[in-house]
Each structure stands twice: as C-alpha cells, then as structure tokens.
Design a binder for this molecule. Structure first.
Ligand code: ZN
Length: 253
C-alpha cells in the first residue's frame, strides 16, 4: 500500500463524510480524473469542491482538509471509497465540557488559575482526546465559555436562540469562503439557497448557464451572478450554481 492513514469520523460529521463517499464517482468524473496519482493542484481543487458541497457550516470537531485529500488519494488509487470503522470505546468523560466548566466553577478559580488549568488539560493526557475532538483550542474555549455562562447565569442563556447575530451587512461584501471563517452557518445557508433555487422536481440541480443537470451537488459550484469585483454581493439574489466547466469559462473572461 502506498498510503496508510485514519480519518476520525464522529456522529456530527458522519453524514457529511457519507455524502462525500457517495459523491466520489461523480466528483472524479466531473474532474475527468482518471490517474492513479493526481497532481496536487487537482487534489486541492477537488478538496475545495468537497468542502463547499459537504463540509461548510459549523462543525465540531472541525473538518480537516488533509483528511479529504487522503480520501481522494485513496479513491484515485483503489477506485472505491474507504471503509468506515466505528469505535464505541472512546472515553467520553474527557470530552465533557460541562463537567470541566463545573469543576472550574466549584474551585472558584481566578482568571490566571483558570487559564493554567485549561492549558494543563489541553496539553496533557496520554490520548489527547480534547485536541483530537475539538481540533482547535479556540473551539474548545468557546464551548467552555458557553458552559460557564449557563452555570453562572442560569435562565439567561437560552439554547434555542442563535447567540451570534451581528455584522451581517458587512459580511455581504465578502466571498463565501471568508464569510465561513466568521459565520459558518451563514455561508452554509447562502450555499443552500443557491442550490435550492436550481433544484427541479425530479431532484436534479441545474447549471444556470448551460443547463447541465446532476443529482449531486459536487458537480456544481456556487457563483456570484454579478462578480464581487464588479460590486456584486454575497446575497441569495446574486448567487447561482454553475457546473465546473461553465464556472471555468466565466472565470477566464
Ligand atoms: Zn454549465
């Protein structure tokens, strides 16, 4: 075997990975990728396509682009999707952010001891479960803050309410990928709406330029009707989907 790796897939990301696996044949044919070893540029373009189609939006643990590249390399070599292996023996107590926040609260830690304690559990541990799960320390700290808020101000924090709703206007002037770094759910919704607009009754999406139809989203890219450099905004009215060929032609103009 030329390649050996594992990709950790959690309940929260399993559906996205499963959709990716199902779309691999379509993805490879839309890229006309038949080589056993694909050039990096092709892999990068395919990975970006997979992210847009399946992995945008808030994901904890976060999506790792190198995992997708690994899966793509595997498929290129073996022409079949890799196997899912589940493991049920993870020590979930180590990932219990509520319990960690409660401990910090019970110990009545000040800012400095709190920071030192968080660093110690983040950096220590033989299996590094926290790191593996949250990926980025920022995500872990954000979850911890939410739990802390729930303990400190019970009743005020309402899980049913989206807690961040600001700055939507200035986000309109950013490309979708940039929006995703600030507000992943907004990026996901914008892409979702662009796809929904082109969906017909039989469940096929259509390219807004040539009309090419396919059931798989991975065949298409979301495009700004009026390009951003001509003042077009990232709003539903200005978004459409194009097949890769048409998107390439439009980009060349
Ligand atoms: Zn087209």
């Amino acid at each position: 075997m030329d390649l050996s790796y594992q990709v950790m897939v959690y309940d929260s990301t399993a559906a996205a990975y499963q959709n990716l696996m199902n779309a691999l044949p379509t993805l490879f044919s839309s890229f006309e990728a038949t080589d056993e070893y694909l050039p990096d540029a092709t892999l990068d373009a395919m990975e970006a396509q997979c992210r847009d189609a399946f992995f945008c939006g808030e994901m904890i643990p976060p999506y790792e682009s190198r995992d997708i590249v690994s899966i793509l390399k595997y498929y290129a070599q073996y022409e079949s999707a890799p196997q899912f292996y589940t493991f049920d023996d993870v020590d979930r107590s180590k990932l219990d952010v509520t319990a960690i926040a409660q401990h910090i609260w019970d110990e009545d830690m000040g800012e400095r001891s709190r920071a030192a304690y968080i660093d110690s559990i983040w950096d220590s541990g033989d299996d590094n479960m926290l790191r593996l799960f949250f990926g980025r320390k920022l995500y872990f700290l954000r979850q911890l803050d939410v739990e802390h808020m729930k303990i400190a101000h019970p009743g005020i924090y309402d899980e049913g309410q989206p807690n961040v709703k600001f700055g939507t206007r200035s986000l309109e002037d950013m490309p979708l990928y940039e929006i995703g770094k600030i507000n992943p759910e907004l990026e996901k919704n914008l892409r979702e709406q662009a796809f929904q607009q082109s969906l017909d009754k039989s469940g096929c999406y259509h390219c807004a330029m040539c009309g090419a139809a396919d059931r798989s989203r991975v065949y298409f890219q979301v495009d700004h009707i009026t390009p951003m450099n001509k003042g077009g905004k990232s709003v539903p009215e200005n978004l459409q989907i194009l097949c890769r060929q048409c998107n390439g032609k439009k980009g060349d103009q």
